[in-house]
Design a protein around this ligand. Sequence first.
Ligand SMILES: [Zn+2]
Length: 376
Amino acid sequence: MATGFSFTLNATDGRARTGVISTPRGEIRTPAFMPVGTAATVKAMLPESVRATGADILLGNTYHLMLRPGAERVARLGGLHKFMNWERPILTDSGGFQVMSLSSLRKMTEEGVTFSSHIDGSKHALTPERSMEIQKLLGSDIVMAFDECTPFPATGEVSLASMQRSMRWAQRSRDAFGDRPGHALFGIQQGSVFPEQRAESAEALKAIGFDGYAVGGLAVGEGQEKMFEVLDYAPGMLPEDRPRYLMGVGKPDDIVGAVKRGIDMMDCVLPTRSGRTGQAWTRRGQVNLRNARHAEDTRPLDEACTCPACRSYSRAYLHHVVRADEMIAGMLLTWHNLHYFQEIMAGMRAAIAAGRFAEWETGFHTLRAEGDIEPV
Ligand SMILES: [Zn+2]
């Protein structure tokens, strides 16, 4: 494992795990939820507010940052941490997934992918080597290997060819990353919904050797049932003593189900994105603040929540600012959602440490099943 970077597993309960990833920029308590700071900002939040919700680490998007403001410019300005005023760990994705989902005129070859920017149409290339260079310029603490996120559904044949190319790119990523004390490189398992391909991918990655391992190619439209099916076996193919990261997940019940199946890290735009559209996630499920039922409701969004939105404002106020399209609506609801997601993580960490994850999980599902409080 890279010098200055370590993972300590403190307790397991069933397949659920809790531990600590240590980096020179601070500790990451696992299971960890990483808020997404796409364009060098977690939208509608100050970095100190993100930290106050309990986040130990942020995710930055290579694709967005390479196009605007540009990785070389971020490097000249002192790196991403200084640029965005976040001193703690940052994980960056490889850019591959977003090239495929956002850019136009993509062309993929064994070398990598060329594409046109979704912002101004300018031409760019991303290869394993360039992805490693960009993530280094950004100053990322946890760097992701460059891979192809196999689309879903894919035939066994298509998935196999895609996975095997990703494994060749994983080796090129490893070679290009080199030896960078204090910085970690994670490999990404592919193989879609095929157990034998997941196993082949895991073996290839282990032979190369990474500081952590992601389960890739999930949360791409396969649905929760299929995702859990894969998570029933895929994490167990990866080394016990390294962090396991599930990319792009998810809804609260996806997160809980993933942790139950041995996942240590996750990221998702859901809490921030829904916060900007009037959607709140609470212990009792999803609440749409735009709904007229909240117009004269003086109660907090969640009486048990200690975030600023719940401590100092009524549902009626949140409803009003959502309807009036006021910026504070996105600010308050993003804060609440991030706070709630971090509360889930803290709850699971404590439950796993105490050997009562199953009990915690039952409580989580029971309260959600009850649904939101009755209208006034
Ligand atoms: Zn709250």
